[in-house]
Write a protein that binds this ligand. Sequence first.
Ligand SMILES: Nc1ncnc2c1ncn2[C@@H]1O[C@H](COP(=O)(O)OP(=O)(O)OP(=O)(O)O)[C@@H](O)[C@H]1O
Length: 361
Amino acid sequence: MTAGAINARFQLDYGSFKLEADLSLPGSGISVLFGDSGSGKTSLLRCMAGLERPQRGFFGINGNVWQDSDKNLFVPTHRRSLGYVFQDANLFPHLNVSENLQFGLKRLAKQLGNGAILHPVIDLLGIAHLLERMPDRLSGGERQRVAIARALVLNPAILLMDEPLASLDLKRKQEVLPFLLKLQQEFNIPIVYVTHSRQEVMQLADFLVVLENGAVQASGSLPDMLTRLDLPLAQDKEAASVWQGKVTGYDNEFQLSNVEFNGVSLSLPNIEAAMDTRVRVQIHARDVSLTLEEPNQTSILNVLPAMITGLADDHSGHTFVRLACGQETLLAHITRKSAQLLGLHKGKPVFAQIKGTSLLH
Ligand SMILES: Nc1ncnc2c1ncn2[C@@H]1O[C@H](COP(=O)(O)OP(=O)(O)OP(=O)(O)O)[C@@H](O)[C@H]1O
C-alpha cells in the first residue's frame, strides 16, 4: 500500500446488485464519487465506513489498514477514525446544537484528547450564534453545517459525506458550499464526497471517480477527467474544463484581472478577488472556438496557442477537441464540418479563442 493515499478494494454482492471497486484516492483533498442513481456511490461509501462488510475487502488510509479480508481484519465503524455526514443532518432532536457537538466528543474523549478542535470548528462553520438552539429551530443549511461540525470535532482521519447538500434548495446549497471549501483549506482532512450533481463536482472535486453499475468507470484528477474524450462528461452539452490559478494583476482601467494558470494566463472580468487569491475557473467547451492563424482583430480577449491532443466525433455533427494550452487541458466543442474544413488532427497547432469563463470560486 502506498503511504499517503487511500486504497479501497471491495466486492459486495446484494444479489441483484454487485459492487466491484478497486480504487486509489489521494490522501488529501476532496475526492468525489459521481454517478447515476443506483450506480453504487452510497454502497461504496458505506463499505469505506465499515457500515457494510463485503465478502472481500481492503481499506487502508494514509498507512492505517481498517479492513483486509485476506487477513480477516475488520475494524468496526465506531473504532475507525472517521466522520460521516448524511444527506439529512440526523441531529439528535432532543439536544441543542452545543450538546449535539459535545455528544460525540464525550464518547471519544479518552481516545482523542480534550476536543481542542471544537472552537476552530465552530468558527469555521459559522455556528457560534446557534449553540443554544434546538435542531428544529435551524434552517436546513444551518442543520447541515452543524452536522458537518459534529463530524469534524472528532478530528477524524477521513470525512465521508453522502450527498450532504442534496436536501437543500439552491440558495442553501450556495450557503453551505463555501464552508466545505474552507474546511478543506483549513483542516487537512481527506474528504470522500458522494454526489450526482455536476455543479458540486465542478466546484468541489480535486479528484473524481465515475461509477457505473457498481463498477469504477474511470478515476483521476478533475481537470483530466473532465476532458477525457472517452467519458460522457466531455460529451455533455454542459461539458467544461476547470482550471485553478492565482490572481496576479488587476487592470483598473478595464476592470480586468489577470489570472495565471499552469503555463498560461487569462484576462477575466468580474473577479472580485485580491492579488494572490487562488481561483477556480470553468470554461465551457461550447465557448471555445478554434482558428489556424492568430486572429489580430477580434473582440475575444483570451486567444491562446494550443496543440490538439485528441479528437472525437459524436453522432449528431459535433466534434469534441482536447487541447493542451501550456500545461493545462482545454476542451472545445465545434461542428464536425468546421473540424473538417480546418483539417484538424492530433498534433496540429491551433489557436483557442475563449469566449467566456465563469468563476467557480
Ligand atoms: N442493503 C441493500 N440490500 C440490497 N440492495 C441494496 C442495498 N443497499 C443498496 N442496494 C442496491 O444497490 C444499488 C446501489 O445503491 P446505492 O445506494 O449504492 O446507489 P447510489 O449510486 O448511491 O444511488 P443514489 O444516487 O440513488 O443514492 C441499488 O440498486 C440499490 O437498490
